[in-house]
Write a protein that binds this ligand. Structure first.
Ligand code: AHN
Ligand code: ZN
Length: 334
């Protein structure tokens, strides 16, 4: 069985106990919107590509590094330039190594007063080690993380730019999670699930606004590699099957069926898991994943600009753009 799902039952037990020991109040009914067709702006794949290049130019965005700090400033300023109201949610990440690191979830809110909202996410930190590199000499090398996760951030920045150019009648919250990728891989008998996704764990337990009930969420993780295929990842299917099916159907209808494959694969431990479990938000993950693992460049020194293909960015980005603009006209989720 793959590492990604082996330790999930443990986590569920812990989380179920916390769930039943906390009181819940019913969320208020949201007003229904009248359905209308809304024009979907054109996602510019080269613009998204350039946003990835910008991040990679800072070097690795590893916890406790200069590149991480410099990239954060640029991300905050760039979102502000696109008209977002930005919150920097600072926290101290407790790494599995015993070290700590200053960490920040970057939250960009568009139309902050709109009652109808959707959530988009990606992680913005990069992995400290290339522990899946075929050459053991590279094991301790920081990776550039063009795909993991410069790509998800690049797609979100391009959507932010589109929102500025094409106002949307919807609240959109983009959360860039920090400290996703400093996890410890599980060995036999050790559950390291909680060493990953520290930013999303923090955010999901400390929402930037309450009550917060976005209609659904979409996480973008490794959405830029040449030849990427987005299969129906198991954690997303478990928590938010309806959202998954709607997104995949929309992708197929738009002609992106070669990227969005109608095949269920094992679940990933990724930011959406904690958003679903702790914050009870139906968030799916668009991720390059197979049953046996991720893309071949995953956590290797190959994860640089040379593996990024603007066509893949276009597929993930145009579908996500279509989802949110359709949602603004009441034409996506019922
Ligand atoms: C684990 O391998 C435990 N999770 C994969 C999540 C991830 C890492 N996404 C990008 N990098
Ligand atoms: Zn990673």
């Amino acid at each position: 069985m793959s590492n990604t799902i082996k330790y999930l039952p443990n986590l569920f037990l812990i989380l179920t106990i916390t769930y039943f020991s906390s009181c819940k109040t019913e969320p208020k009914e949201e007003p229904k919107v009248e359905k209308k067709r809304v024009a979907v702006p054109k996602f510019d794949k080269m613009s998204a590509y350039n946003f990835i290049q910008k991040q990679v130019d800072f070097g690795p965005r590893v916890m406790n590094s200069e590149g991480h700090e410099a990239c954060k400033k640029w991300l905050v300023e760039t979102f502000k330039g696109f008209g977002a109201e930005v919150i920097e949610q600072d926290f101290t990440a407790k790494l599995y190594t015993g070290e700590t690191a200053p960490a920040t979830n970057i939250i960009a809110q568009f139309n902050p007063d709109h009652p109808r909202r959707v959530l988009l996410g990606a992680h913005w930190d990069t992995r400290h080690i290339a522990d899946h590199d075929p050459d053991p000499k590279n094991y301790n090398t920081n990776i550039l993380g063009a795909d993991d996760a410069g790509s998800g951030v690049g797609v979100l920045l391009e959507i932010a730019r589109l929102i500025k150019e094409n106002p949307i009648d919807l609240g959109v919250d983009m959360v860039l999670f920090d400290a996703e990728d400093y996890g410890n891989e599980s060995e036999e008998g050790v559950d390291n699930t909680l060493t990953w996704c520290l930013g999303s764990q923090h955010w999901a337990k400390n929402l930037h606004r309450t009550p917060y009930k976005p209609r659904f969420g979409i996480l973008l993780d490794m959405v830029g590699a040449k030849g990427a295929e987005f299969r129906k990842e198991g954690t997303s299917m478990r928590y938010a099957k309806n959202v998954m099916n709607k997104v995949w159907n929309m992708a197929k209808g738009m002609g992106y069926g070669q990227f969005f494959i109608d095949e269920v694969v094992s679940g990933a431990i990724d930011d959406h898991l904690f958003v679903n479990e702790y914050a009870k938000i139906k968030m799916i993950d668009i991720i390059y994943k197979r049953d046996s693992g991720f893309g071949d460049h995953w956590h290797t020194v190959k994860d640089d600009m040379s593996i990024i293909d603007p066509k893949t960015l276009k597929a993930a980005g145009q579908v996500t753009t279509a989802v949110i603009y359709n949602e603004s006209g009441g034409m996506f989720m019922d």
